[in-house]
Design a protein around this ligand. Structure first.
Ligand code: ADP
Ligand code: MG
Length: 238
């Protein structure tokens, strides 16, 4: 398990500063939800924690170590994206184990991790299937499983449920919550959906234009919004 400590983070694309001197302490084992409108910098922030883009200023510590310039593979994170690009020719089992095989993890260890993740995600009977033989919800479970087998201290989710219908979203929300309780890992979860934020978060970070507007528990943010933007975005009375 590990927390994430972000200080003075700035990210620019050309002259456009998308993240503006952001400070954020993600506590070890918490389920932190980043909530905000499209274009406010949620994915950019997540990608910088994952090491997929360079920062223009500031620092990112993961588990107490300075990871600002570390390679993605060195950061001890697992990531689940919105569009789960599974390998169509590989079985569920191969999709889940691919990253570990590339990393040279011993076979017995790969088997142990895949079986454990499959069990948690109710994928055990489906391990031999190809993605085309799965429902949308099952595919997204495989994408989550692919991240889980890394047994990382920190998991990053970028709107992982937004391509699913309402019923599946509700079901996977419950599973993610259970998964978090079982694993105890630190989760950073991006969404623009306030229902998702309210039901999953231990704390919510509300963002606008690359700046944090408020950090608090769902009740705090909903009942005492810091400003009109937060109130409006959550639909709470101003
Ligand atoms: P969100 O995930 O909150 O919808 P993003 O982090 O994807 O927002 O984007 C924030 C802003 O940064 C947007 O204005 C977007 O156009 C811009 N942006 C994101 N990625 C890039 C990139 N690779 N190059 C240039 N601009 C980008
Ligand atoms: Mg995004």
């Amino acid at each position: 398990m590990s927390g994430v400590n972000i200080q003075g983070l700035s990210i620019k694309f050309g002259a456009n500063e998308v993240i503006k001197g952001l400070d954020l302490q993600v506590r070890e084992g918490e389920f932190l939800v980043l909530l905000g409108p499209s274009g406010c910098g949620k994915s950019t922030l997540l990608h910088s924690i994952a090491g997929l883009i360079d920062v223009s200023g500031g620092s990112i510590h993961i588990g107490g170590q300075d990871m600002t310039d570390a390679e993605p593979s060195e950061r001890g994170i697992g990531m689940v994206f919105q569009s789960y690009a599974l390998y169509p020719t590989m079985t569920v089992e191969k999709n889940m184990s691919f990253g570990l095989r590339v990393a040279g993890t011993p076979k017995a260890e790969i088997e142990r991790r895949v079986n454990k993740a499959a069990q948690m995600l109710q994928l055990t009977p489906l391990l031999g299937r190809k993605p085309a033989q799965l429902s949308g919800g099952q595919r997204q479970r495989v994408a989550i499983g692919r991240a889980l087998v890394r047994e990382a201290g920190v998991f990053l989710f970028d709107e992982p449920l937004s391509n699913l219908d309402a019923k599946l979203r509700a079901e996977l929300r419950r599973e993610l919550k259970l998964l978090h309780q079982t694993l105890g890992s630190t989760m950073i979860y991006v969404t623009h959906d306030q229902v998702e934020a309210m039901t999953l978060a231990s704390r919510i970070v509300v963002m606008k234009g690359g700046v944090i507007q408020q950090i608090g528990t769902p009740a705090e943010v909903y009942e005492t919004p810091a400003n009109l933007f937060v109130a409006g975005f959550l639909g709470a009375p101003a």
